[in-house]
Each structure stands twice: as C-alpha cells, then as structure tokens.
Design a protein around this ligand. Sequence first.
Ligand code: SAM
Length: 261
Amino acid sequence: MRLKQAKMSPFTKLLTLTGRRLFVGSVRHHSSLTAELIENMDRKSTWDRFYTETCSGTPTFKNFEWFFGFSSVRDFIMPLLQAGSRPDSSLQVLDLGCGTSALGPSIYRESAVPIRVTCADLSPVAVRLMREHVRAEAVRPRNPSSHIEFVELDCTQLDKHRGADSLDLIVDKGTTDALLRSKEGQGKAALVLRQCLRVLRRSGSLLQFSDEDPDVRLVWLETAAQEQGGTAADVGVQEVGVLRGVCYYCYHVTPKHVVKS
Ligand SMILES: C[S@@+](CC[C@H](N)C(=O)[O-])C[C@H]1O[C@@H](n2cnc3c(N)ncnc32)[C@H](O)[C@@H]1O
C-alpha cells in the first residue's frame, strides 16, 4: 500500500509546527524568525535565537515539541529498551538535537531498565534551559540507577565524543529533517547519519521521526549510509500517524557492518 502524505508546503508546515509559540511575538518579529529558521536550520545562531525568543517572556518553562510529544512515539521507543541486551550495565541512549523537548526526560523517567540518557544539542541556550528545568522539576527515574545529562554538542562531531559501538539507541525527532531542509545542511545530515552508525552498537538502533515521505527518505538513508568498505544500514519505516493534517513516520535504522572483500 502506498503511504499518503497530506499536501502542504514546507513553509506552511513550519508555520503550523512552530506557530504555537511564535505567535506570542509581533507579526514582523514572527516572520523574520520563520524565514531565518527555514534556510538556516543547521546553524547554532538560528537555534539560539529560536529558543531564546520562544522561551523568554514566559513565566514558566514549557517544553517546545517539534512535530509531537513523547506520547506519540512511546511505543516505538520503549520496547527497544530491554535489559536482556546489556544485563551488567546501563543502556546508553542519545537524544540527538534534543532542543527543549521532553523526549529525553520522558525516556529517562519511564525506563524500567537502567539507562543513561544523553540529551545533546548544538544550542547552548536549549541545553541550559533543559538543565535548569529538569533540576527545578526534580524529574525522578523509574529505575534509581538511571542517569540523564544535557550536553552542548555538534552531532557532526559525534565520534569525537562517543566511541565506536558505544550507544544502544539514538532518537532523532526533527533534527535530520532540519538539516536536510537547510540551504547548507545536506552534507551535515549525511555526516551525522554515518557518525550515528559508527557509534551505535551492532544491536543498536537509530530512530528518526520525520514528516518526510518514505519514497524520498528511504532512498536518502540507504545512499547516505554507504561508506567505502565501512558501515551501511538496514532501514525500515512505520507510520506514526496523521497529526494536524501531516503524516509522520518512524525510520528505523540499524548498522550493517560491511565485510571488505
Ligand atoms: C527541529 S529541532 C528538533 C528539536 C527536538 N528534537 C524536538 O523534537 O523538539 C532541531 C534541533 O536540532 C539541533 N541541531 C541542529 N544542528 C545540530 C547539530 N549539528 N548538532 C546537534 N544539534 C543540532 C537544533 O539546535 C534544534 O534544537
């Protein structure tokens, strides 16, 4: 069966997705921020400005969720966190480009098995806001041995911060989409994908949550994962559902270590 996607331009989609908070500001301020976002979603300065402007002026912190929140994707994530795969140590989870989403903290709170969740983002503003929020809320994990941390990190340099075969699960909600839609982000998206495949364990998974049609994303994933004599990937897709007229997908990527001939 062919998967359908509602017709909506990327510009309209972005307005819909970011509109909840951006409408707080004036129309002029709103449109200039949106235009900057669309073209430069691979840049630190864009996101620092975005998180400063969307989170400032509100008396209480509220997570900003790109696409949707944890409840929409819980069933894709939590079954992958099984103790059996690593009985002696915590599972290592990375939220890649975490922003101010509650995704990482929700995984940390709900996991029955001990996990170490690293929420990483290019924007120091997002990282600071999340550190302060989680400290203030005193978020408690279901498993007392679990940990959570927030780190400022450019994920195009992930392999400088994480060893090969060191992560069990990487979740990416909208980050690869942001890179792929930027003027100069295509190369960065491919680099991030290959780095993810290098740092994932053989049994590990990368989940990309996206609104990109499978006809386009599956081809991109299979092509971008190729490295000469290195790691390639097995790729699958499932529909997350239709929200506000947009169809979302979960792309499940697993490393496939190519044997050199
Ligand atoms: C579309 S937002 C998604 C945020 C969050 N995952 C969510 O669901 O709300 C993309 C995020 O990726 C971050 N980002 C962009 N390039 C990055 C990079 N090279 N390394 C790490 N994070 C990056 C941005 O700062 C931004 O927070």
